[in-house]
Design a protein around this ligand. Structure first.
Ligand SMILES: Nc1nc2c(c(=O)[nH]1)N[C@H]1C(S)=C(S)[C@@H](COP(=O)(O)O)O[C@H]1N2
Ligand SMILES: [Mo]
Length: 308
């Protein structure tokens, strides 16, 4: 079975930090750790065998319970617990990803087939929402760049944008015009190709739960969380800069680049500090969410004090 369903996950399955670390050690000793997906294993096993990455932080992980119960996924409601309560109606297998626009390999791809060609890594990233909270999440996934290279973008492809599924039957929050559905997000091509940019397939060694954007979501750790679009069904290569859902909703509050920047306040909130979920004291927000070394060069010459 490709996807572990919400209802299959009982409290006994919830992996806390220690169990997770021990299992990781066990897996390492048990050999065979490696390119799980490439050997044709189903996604769930590929996630469990994800290879460690030098891009990971060793900060304390946010609890699995918090990551999977405190969510933003407006397709299932605007409350933090709505996605965990309501997202069981989303059917994630089979799942088709349509690739279109400026590339040589457009088409409709079955996710299961796509995943056979990539290797799943573990990436422990800081994750910072524009609302002022943050988490440390052990993602499973693969570099977006690996998929983009296979689709052979043309020289006209300057941007790539993504769409979430649009189906109010499966996503009841779409019955209300909270946003202009489907949810859309985009990256400039060099941002998309940056090695930090991940397509997420799991968390804590398990397949993504629906509330976290199953079966495939973007993870861009140096940008505010809303850039990390969930439950992706379309990848489009374009010559012009796309407009994302939050820009469309309120261009005075949200821009295209949306890089984490403690110096630039959101019109309603300062971005200097953040609340790490599970911790009491607020901590200082870092430039580019602490990924300055890896990404600052992408924005050379840009006025970073400006709100984009
Ligand atoms: N399709 C879709 N993607 C989305 C959202 C959404 O409402 N719909 N919310 C975004 C926001 S604001 C954040 S902070 C993150 C939250 O991810 P998490 O719930 O897995 O922590 O998902 C982002 N991706
Ligand atoms: Mo967010």
């Amino acid at each position: 079975m490709l996807i572990l369903k919400n209802k299959d996950l009982t409290d006994n399955d919830v992996t806390d930090f220690d169990i997770y670390q021990n299992r990781r050690k066990f897996m390492k000793n048990a050999a065979g750790v490696g390119i799980a997906a490439a050997t044709g294993l189903p996604l769930i096993e590929a996630n469990a065998k994800a290879v460690k990455s030098p891009y990971s932080t060793n900060e304390k992980l946010t609890d699995y319970e918090d990551i999977t119960s405190y969510c933003n996924f407006y397709e299932f409601g605007t409350g933090k617990s709505d996605p965990a309560n309501n997202a069981h109606t989303l059917v994630t297998s089979p799942w088709t990803v349509t690739v279109e626009g400026e590339c040589e390999k457009p088409g409709k791809y079955n996710l299961e087939d796509l995943l056979k060609t990539v290797s799943i890594e573990e990436r422990i990233y800081r994750f910072r929402c524009v609302e002022g909270w943050s988490m440390v999440i052990p993602w499973m996934g693969f570099p977006l760049a690996d998929l983009i290279k296979r689709m052979k973008p043309t020289s006209k492809a300057k941007y790539v944008y993504f769409e979430t599924l649009h189906d109010p039957k499966q996503m009841p929050g779409q019955k209300r015009a909270v946003l202009d559905w489907p949810y859309t997000e985009g990256l400039r091509m060099d941002e998309a190709m940056n090695p930090l940019t991940l397509l997420g397939t799991g968390i804590y060694g398990k397949d993504l739960l629906n509330q976290n954007g199953a079966p495939l979501r973007l993870v861009v750790p140096w940008k505010y969380g809303f850039k990390s679009i969930k439950s992706i069904v379309k990848i489009h290569f374009s010559e012009t800069q796309p407009v994302n859902s939050w820009q469309k909703a309120n261009k005075n509050e949200y821009g295209f680049f949306s890089n984490v920047n403690p110096q630039v306040s959101h019109p309603r909130w300062s971005q200097r500090k953040e609340r790490r979920i599970g911790q009491f004291r607020k901590i200082k927000t870092q430039m580019f969410n602490g990924y300055e070394k890896q990404v600052a060069a992408l924005y050379k010459g840009m006025d970073l004090k400006k709100h984009y």
